[in-house]
Structure formats: C-alpha cells, structure tokens
Design a protein. Structure first.
Length: 265
C-alpha cells in the first residue's frame, strides 16, 4: 500500500495535473468510476490504476478493478490520505488511473464513412465545454470531433470528467483551422458554421449528407476562417441573452442533424 505523500509515484500523479508535464510525459490522469468504466468498455489501455479500499462504494468497484487489471493495468492500493493527495476532486470515489496519451493527429483518423456527421470545436477555451461537446457528440451519434486551433488541452482532467468517459469512444483529431479545412475539402464534407449573424435559422438548413457543424467559443464565436466561404446558420435568441453556452449550441445543432437524418430514413 502507498502510504507516503512523498512517494515518487504519488508526486507523479499530482504533477500530471499540469499541462506542460502531461505533454512532456505523454501521459494523463483518468479519475472516477464512470470514466474508468467507459475506458474499460472502449478497451482503452491503462498503465497504472490506484485505488483506495476505504473510498470504494461496493463490489461493483472491485469488479471494475479486476476488469482493468485483466486489461493490463498495474494496480496499486493507497491509503486515504495518499489517494486524496492524488485526486483532484473534492469527493473522490477511490479510483484513479494513469494512461498514455493516444494520438489525436488528423492523420490518425480513419477515412470518414458516407454521410458522416462531425463537430468542429473551434478555439474552445473551457475544458468543461470541450468535455460536454464530446459527450453530446457521442449521444448524437456523431462520427467524430475535430478540434480546431485548440485553446485547451484535450487531456485536461476536467475535459475527461465533463466528457464522462466519451473521450475514449468518440474519434478525435486536433489540428489548425487550415489543416482541418483541407481535410474536410479532401473528403467532400460540407461545413456549416454557427453564427449569431447568420440570416438562416438552423432548422431551415439541410444537415444531411457528409456534414461538419462548426461551433466557436461563446465569448468570440467562430473566426473568419470558418465564417468566410461556408454556409452559416443561427440558433434564434428569443430572450434577453445574445448567446448560449458553446456546448449547448453544439448539442442543439448535432441533434437537429440527427433528427433530419432519421426523418429522411
């Protein structure tokens, strides 16, 4: 059992909260039963699993530990004090793991299928928003998420948490806007950009076929790279607010695309 707060393995987990350390080590932290169950379901490989018996809820937690160990994770038990030191949550549930970062290079994406549906998350700054966008993409059955000009780290612990583990099931690629536009053109995928200034409401736009829906940060919206030369659409604002949360906007547009596709089938 790990009992020393000064243990090098404990210090390493804590340091992985820092983006610079994550990128240098090419490793990141996954915390929580739901997130680790999602990783197991996606057969996502873990390097090390740390757990605290005192914090485990029931036998299903122990079953998950066995499943992850069977998948190749090295398991380490920790005292409550040590585990709470490693955890970044206020109320940890006793499970935390370290994994190698998978490639999110554009070249690593498989060739897109016909009638694919993509979300372009452009310069999204808040980790919680990016994680929620991944969750909505998963729920709407999107083909994948394309992160343009990333303003936050995909492997930030708050992205992992807000995605509720869908980070492990939704195909993701991150690249510059120029590289993504070239990739989309190469694969004949239409880009439909969300803009408060657009003349056409999103329900009047054809979102069928191979489509990528582009959403920007709520503070600045999409850059000219996504507004010039592409069809635009708006979500009507009927109250006093002039914008909505970026993750909510993405969910609205993705589910409208899904509705249109089901209605046409």
């Amino acid at each position: 059992m790990l009992t020393s707060l000064r243990n090098v393995r404990v210090k390493d987990v804590v340091r992985l909260r820092n983006r610079r350390h994550r990128e240098r080590e090419r490793r990141f932290v996954i915390e929580g039963k739901r997130e680790l169950a999602a990783a197991a379901a996606a057969h996502f490989p873990l390097q090390t699993l740390f757990y605290c018996e005192e914090l485990l809820a029931d036998d299903s937690d122990r079953a998950l530990i066995g499943e992850l160990a069977g998948g190749g994770a090295e398991c380490e038990t920790a005292s409550r004090a040590v585990f709470e030191k490693m955890s970044y949550r206020r109320t940890p549930d006793g499970l935390i793991a370290v994994a190698a970062m998978p490639s999110i290079a554009l070249e690593a994406l498989p060739a897109p299928p016909a009638d694919s549906l993509w979300l372009i998350a452009a310069a999204i700054e808040k980790p919680g928003n990016l994680g929620a966008m991944l969750r909505s993409a998963d729920a709407a059955g999107a083909t994948g998420v394309l992160i343009a000009d990333a303003a936050t780290d995909v492997f930030n612990p708050n992205v992992v948490r807000a995605s509720v583990g869908t980070l492990f099931s939704v195909p993701i690629a991150a690249a510059s806007a120029d590289a993504l536009r070239a990739w989309l053109a190469e694969h004949h995928i239409r880009v439909l950009a969300a803009s408060a200034e657009a003349a056409t409401e999103y329900t009047a736009v054809d979102l069928r076929g191979s489509v990528a829906v582009a959403v920007g940060a709520e503070s600045a919206g999409l850059s000219a790279a996504w507004l010039e030369g592409f069809e635009t659409m708006r979500i009507p604002m009927l109250g006093r607010a002039d914008s909505i949360n970026a993750a909510m906007a993405a969910a609205i547009l993705l589910f409208e695309a899904r509705r249109q596709r089901y209605a046409a089938s």
